[in-house]
Design a protein around this ligand. Sequence first.
Ligand code: ATP
Ligand code: MG
Length: 416
Amino acid sequence: MNDSMHDTAMTPVFPGSEDAAGQRATLGVMGGGQLGRMFVHAAQRLGYFTAVLEPDPQSPAGLVSHHHIQTDYDDPAGLAQLAQLCQAITTEFENVPAQALQTLALTRPVAPSAAVVGIAQNRIEEKAHFMACADVSGVTCAPYAVIETPAQLQAVQDERADLLPGILKTARLGYDGKGQVRVGTADELAAAWAELGGVACVMEKMLPLTAECSVLVARGWDGQVVSFAPQRNVHVDGILAVTHAYEGNMPPALATRAREAAVSIAHHLGYVGVLCVEFFVVDDGSEHGGLVVNEMAPRPHNSGHYTLDACDASQFDLQVHAMAGLPLPQPRQHSPAIMLNLLGDVWFDASGQRREPDWSPVLSLPGMHLHLYGKLQARAGRKMGHLTITGPDVENVKTVARRAAGLLGLPGLDDI
Ligand code: ATP
Ligand code: MG
């Protein structure tokens, strides 16, 4: 798996084609969230039929797909139906049971593979992978220790004072800052591990971040790779709030290093599909700061949504191309862009009263692209949609983004 020599050719599934049984070319996705919805839109625009496996009858992707299989992700009958309908299958969330992808792969091309999704699902394996390819990628992760047993906890308390202050993160099922506890002392570490239920964790040193960025890579069955320039990301309360996607969003030398590192991580995994690698920029006393790899998502990523409006091929287009065995064109960004996430908070006023956001002044702004995911219930912290602002130059995009943020009360733009 870790050797691109093992890459296998795949017979392309062309859009609009029919197989011997007269079945139209259909692409499938595990999961029905907004990433699945945008995948479905991209696949349909090319002329594919689509199938979504997702238990929620009102899911963002299920609502727009030709086929919606409403079963659990590991339901044998649902998986059999998906495999029967589709010529190639992908996933839109990393916590899909790896076993389900393995089952599908018995009869259909599945990208990314169960093996790489399994690595991305587990911070311990993920970090081990990053360290294993650090020589080639040129980046390491933050100093860390694995805590799976009381003895390991004790050893970290006794011998790894260098990790304090730090963050204890569950190995599995963390997202948007969930499953994480910040700890300042050895005693707090023990309390935090108990609070997280004594599950497998990594204890990570808290680093002095000056910025965060991510890189999207698409890699085909034949090992061909294309990538986007790094995005700079601003998180608020552990959730992505703003993505800055334009030249000069970070020092060029760091951007080049991040992009090369992401590509070599994808190669080392023998990855097929779209991969997002997240990085920290840390103050290490050097001119531009140091680069540290944080985590990866085996799918398109929130920080890549700007590619829909600012690039000639989006991360979802490339996901479709990669899984279906189509050529991967190098994407070109044609406009500077800023992406602002729309969380459910926007649907509530200061007194907690539910309201419809006032879209009219927002939609009158030039270069404004509103994306809503079709979620029926707004909740605080829930990703309901996003805005991408494109424009002729960076200053223009920043001005419009500030105006939109002011109109809707969106956070994270204080630094521009
Ligand atoms: P995601 O939604 O990206 O999956 P997550 O819950 O998996 O998030 P991380 O990406 O590990 O969690 O951490 C969330 C945020 O917390 C990071 O984007 C960063 O702002 C901060 N953070 C995490 N680890 C560190 C660290 N070692 N030092 C400093 N800040 C950190
Ligand atoms: Mg993250």
